[in-house]
Design a protein. Structure first.
Length: 302
């Protein structure tokens, strides 16, 4: 079936208790000279949820779903899990893979798009982890999958469900993580987002208006980032008379902290202030169609 002898699930990582929050944020921002005060402000987002990001729990659920898909299709390969910024750290996982005799693994990352922070950084992380581990297995990142049914179909169902909970005439807002305009491969990232949003919109609500907006900006005000921010766009829509919005986090594969806070708290709160009915659509998470993607991508790259 494949020339790989393991699958590596590679994700971002997140704190699993209040004491983890600042060390985790220091890992994420290392080398960027972010003031401690800024980290503590961002840390408050996590403390609203008990200092726990849902991302590690969601990765465990996705890993179990991938293993179930493998078992259902007679794929006898172990599934490992490593993170960029928190335990289990990627280098530790690579070391365990080496010790288990793994020689060539496929890597499935929890980011569907091309671009620097969504693709290239993961390649750098893999290379760095392998350098840290003498005798590390070869690790081949699987292709981006923002155009695959296993990613788009769950979003289509979720967008349709969100619209069904709103009055007629609701507007679809597809949202993704903003990045600096100077970031490498930014144009490809935007093009892929636009195509994914268009596909889901055409399937979920043919002919209905939709917009692509951004969230989770973290840079200084002087640095231009992708716009519009979702909260700013909600204000614009309110001025145009829009009274209902379905937010579809097309840039994310699971309900991690930037979905739970930036969309479910911040954007939802701004919509309420503006008198806009607001529903946030679900992400793929551990949907069986999404969990099948690693197997399908491995079959293509064997």
């Amino acid at each position: 079936m494949t020339s790989h002898d393991a699958l590596l699930l590679l994700s971002f990582g997140g704190p699993e208790g209040p004491e983890d929050v600042i060390p985790f944020l220091e890992n994420v921002t290392r080398g960027r000279n972010i003031p401690r005060e800024r980290l503590e402000r961002v840390g408050e987002h996590y403390h609203l949820f008990g200092g726990v990001s849902p991302i590690n729990r969601l990765c465990r659920e996705l890993k179990a779903a991938i293993e179930a898909d493998f078992a259902a299709h007679d794929v006898d390969l172990p599934v490992y899990w490593g993170n960029r910024n928190w335990t289990p750290y990627l280098a530790d996982t690579v070391r365990r893979m080496r010790d288990d005799g793994i020689r060539r693994a496929a890597a499935f990352v929890t980011s569907a798009y091309s671009g620097y922070s969504t693709n290239d950084q993961y390649l750098q992380d893999i290379a760095r982890a392998r350098e840290e581990v003498p005798g590390a297995p070869e690790i081949v990142k699987l292709p981006v999958y923002c155009d695959r049914p296993g990613f788009l179909d769950p979003f289509t169902d979720a967008a349709r469900d969100a619209l069904g909970r709103l009055p007629d005439g609701a507007r679809l807002l597809f949202t993704a993580h903003s990045v600096p305009l100077s970031q490498p491969n930014r144009e490809l990232y935007v093009a892929e987002l636009e195509e994914a949003a268009r596909t889901v919109a055409d399937r979920a609500a043919p002919g209905a208006p939709w917009d692509l907006v951004y969230q989770s900006r973290s840079g200084p005000p002087s640095q231009p980032w992708l716009e519009p921010q979702i909260t700013d766009h909600l204000e614009k829509l309110a001025g145009e008379g829009v009274r209902a919005v379905a937010a579809v986090p097309i840039g994310f594969v699971s309900d991690h902290m930037e979905v739970k806070y930036d969309l479910d708290v911040e954007a939802a709160g701004r919509a309420a202030e503006l008198g806009i009915a607001y529903v946030r659509a679900a992400t793929p998470g551990s949907d069986p169609r999404f969990a099948a993607l690693p197997r399908l991508l491995m079959e293509e790259t064997k």
